[in-house]
Ligand binder design. Sequence first.
Ligand code: ARG
Ligand code: GLU
Length: 724
Amino acid sequence: MSYKYKKKKMKTIIFVGLTTEYMRKTTILALLLLSLAGVRLRADEGMWLPVLIGERIADMQSKGCRLSAEDIYSVNQACLKDAVVLFGSGCTGEVVSDEGLLFTNHHCGYGYIQRHSSVEHDYLKDGFWAMNRGEELPNPGLSVSFLERMEDVTSTVLAGIPDGMPEAERDSIVRARSAMLREAAAKEGKGLRASVESLYYGNQYFLFVFKVYRDVRLVGAPPSSIGKFGGDTDNWMWPRHTGDFSIFRIYADKDNNPAQYSPENVPMRPKKSFRISLAGVKEGDFTMVYGCPGSTKEYVVSDEVRYVSEISDPQKIALRTRRLDIIKKYMSSDQAVRIKYSSKQANIANAWKKWQGECKGIRKMNTVRTKQAFEEEFSQWARGGRYEGLTDRLHRLYADREPYYLAYEYYNETLRAIEILGFASNVCSRLRNDLPVASVAESFFKDYYQPVDEEVFDAMMEAFGEGVPKDLMPDCYRKALESHGSVQAWRKALFAGTVFTDMDKVKSLTAKDLHAIEKDPAVVMASQFQSWVMDDVYPTVASLGSQIALANRDYMKGQMEFCKDKAFYPDANLTLRVAYGNVAGYSPADGVYYSPVSTLKGIIEKDNPDIFDYDIPQRLRDIYAQGGHDAHSVCFLATNHTTGGNSGSPVLNADGDLVGINFDRVWEGTMSDYVFDPDFCRNISLDIRYLLFNIACIGNASYLFDEMHFTGGSVKALKKGKLF
Ligand code: ARG
Ligand code: GLU
């Protein structure tokens, strides 16, 4: 039964009449069901610590999960966590064979795929498939980290620290003890890295011990026309048809220990690898996501949510809209500019689109008011106790910080958007340190188009004048405007007077030129604004920020005491978590319902050779033309609570078998970093069978199936080029 459907059914039950005994009983039953429904609806919120999954397992099982807590996390036996990795430093990946084969997202492998690409071998455009182990490509700098164990070390870290100890003192004790724990843990074996992370704003500390493998090779990637299908237009959206995956292999030394890259290394033998389910998913199925979500702020006061949704997000969106419009104009009229700016544009647009969903969602949920009402109740409850006045203190701290924080954000979104300024100050600091500048200059100019930057300069400097709080407006801005008369004249003078628009001249610079370069108008402008932010803005942001952090620690603790019956999950901090829910569609607007599974048919509907992001490989058209492939599923939606960092996470079914790879959320649900709405928050996953289809039919690499373990079907037909 679908998620949506269940909710509607509950509503009808409540309207049963109220008089007879039968009806009274029915009403009690209905209310009971309603409260269960309430629990049920809220229950898909949460990113739980695997080590404490025992506290959630009954709820998970009641939703269809057939695993035990020990299957999910155990220190005594191989378990699902042993097949999950932190991929690089901001994504997740999963091991799918006993020979170290690993899946993650295409956008997580993107940088590595790009580094192997050249005009002759454009793996981003055409895809890459190793046809044997010898063809797999090493990736210096890439590591994958397996969690060996996690442990609550709060009692060691905080032993004997009294409440009210000055923060600096507490901090240095916490640091010293954390370092001690880390060092001791890292000595336990080869290739170990340990970290102590604070949870619940420093009320708890956990030790995480990882085994880090540094020889990770590229095995396969689809062409971007599959791996990034839909580009930024479809990003954060449903219906979605992106084949967002890439494939790597982990290598180890002969004893299966982590080792630097060496041709002598052999495929790593993991403790555990995921079985791959060929059965697919349907609406209502249990799913769980096992991965490394980066950052959420579910427990902050209304002030922070108000600032984000009413000030920060709208202003940053407006700034980026101006910037994106300019970039888009040049990209669409010139192929070379399109290539230069595609990756920059993707990065700018990614957060821009997410913020739009985030502030809209927060407003729609009335989160600021709900939080204010909660704060009111909390402060009543707190009267006479240790938390008295806490929320008022937080309100004041946020109010004091706001103009400074806004100015800081303006610096990041405007000054740093002018490419020549960052380049000039980078070159200047390299010259100061006697470092070579030629390669920095080449890579800058490879992706630089001056007319874009000039127009961005005008737009950003005008916006700076409009948006930075008047009291904090830097003198350098006022003076520049006064002396030049207008932003345009200022820009003309800067671009006419700087050396940083001329690649050959920049390449020839050496430390001897430093004196002259320090007077270059781009260097002068960059350093004046940098001094302003570092001297007049950031110190206040930082000091109020640490007072806020301190008050938040109390507020977190207070909330846990105040809401004794609520299950609190710690905010995400890139540590391993389990989220669970079920496959479900949603209604983005009145009269519209999105069903949760997209299919190959939709790819063909979107296919358009004239639009770069929708121009699929001819091979895919040919396969489709053979007929019978309409229902082959590509992506699916579920109610798992995820965030950035969960990209590449394994999506598992009730038996813990791999059914998908998480890669996005729907934009109407991106407020889930602050508040989770079960009606709108959906994660988007790639159907694992579409990945397998690509291996077989696009990459002709079905030899890879020989090392995978399948359940719920057979890949024989796929090997022969047929679909499921
Ligand atoms: N929205 C996804 C995430 O936040 C995917 C981003 C990559 N794709 C893109 N079209 N820019 O990372
Ligand atoms: N694409 C995001 C990532 O790279 C995941 C989307 C999200 O949930 O924020 O982690």
